[in-house]
Unconditional design. Sequence first.
Length: 440
Amino acid sequence: MSSESGPSHLEVPNRRWRIAFLLGAGVLINYFDRVNLSVAHAALYTTFAISNITFGYLSAAYNWTYTLCQLPVGVVLDKFGVRRVGRISSLLWSIASFGAAITPSLGGFFAARLLLGIGEAPTFPSNAKAIGYWFPPKERSSATAIFDGAAKFASAIGVPLIGILLLKAGWRWSFAATGLVSFLYFLLFYRVYRDPVDDPGLTARERDYILERDAATAGAAAVPLPPAETASLGYLIRQPKVIGITLGFGAYNYTFYLLLTWLPSYLSSALHIDLLHSFLYTGFPWLIGAASGMIVGGWLVDRLIQLGWNADRVRRTVLIGGTTLGLGIFGAAYARTATEALIWISISLGGLSAASPVGWSIPSLIGPRGSVGTLGGIMNFSSQVSGIVAPIVTGYLVTARHSFTWAFGVCSIYLLIGISAYIFLLGRIEPVPSERHRAA
């Protein structure tokens, strides 16, 4: 068969993957900014004399503004685009990290975390929208897994690296270091990112591949995206599929933020591990999560779909099965040794991380393409409400019960609700009818 008969996978240039790795680098740095707080728990206790409850509120401060921005950010993204919003947001989050490094008071530290939430709010909805632009559906799980896996990999390497820097130079230098790396990413994003319509390096062949057009429909002068239907915020939040994915992803993010903010403290206080080793041990479950997300949630899902397996069945199996494995966190509630705790937490994070790339690919798979940013904002709003609640509730429960048993139990109940939402509300992963189609 000649090359004119249609672009094959091997013949297509790979410019789109440059975008995927750019987005992954942004998420990696995002999470360096986030995990440095959990690493600095003991140092902040010494500097500002904070309690576990205050630390819970401080951990959630980032999520307050992050959450409040989600719904408007989705609308702003659909109006102004990934490129413009991404430039502004990456600059803001670098300023926030520098602010945390130099603040003289606890109030100033809270303000810096609030600004960080504003700056990083567009990241995941923006990435979901960019992946929808740059990748055909059969590659979106792999592309999404790159930036989603970066969130776990950041914790795997960020906690020990930032922890060592903190022990050697102090917590202010650890925040300054993440601020510097964030600013360098702002410069990189400013230079590299373009939407397909604006990218002069995107070939006609790769454009046709992204749009899944064959030789009969491909044209050299084709626009990068056909006219996109839209749906209003009010319409989307009433759809059962949207409710299902928001509940399910909310349960995922509750678990994620509980571990992101409290895992080093759990290992050091509940299992009596010294601070340096708690930093080092924390990286292991996150490394498992990063590998699981990339291999299972990304590569395996796309590979099975490309081999002809039913796409809906593959995605639903990984989404529901992975979230079910997340219940392994309840086993950690009764762990008596560090090894036992790390095994249970690794099972939990491994399962949830496999499900996460599938979840983040869903907005571009079920939403009207002109409203993917809005749908991503709805989904992330639910997630970040959980991100606010998880560290605060954990702080209160650990203070009241002097253990993490109840904290992990509440998390498990929420995961059961999320699994049910995936099964009974999300259903088949297929497009939500547009308002115009539904009206007709």
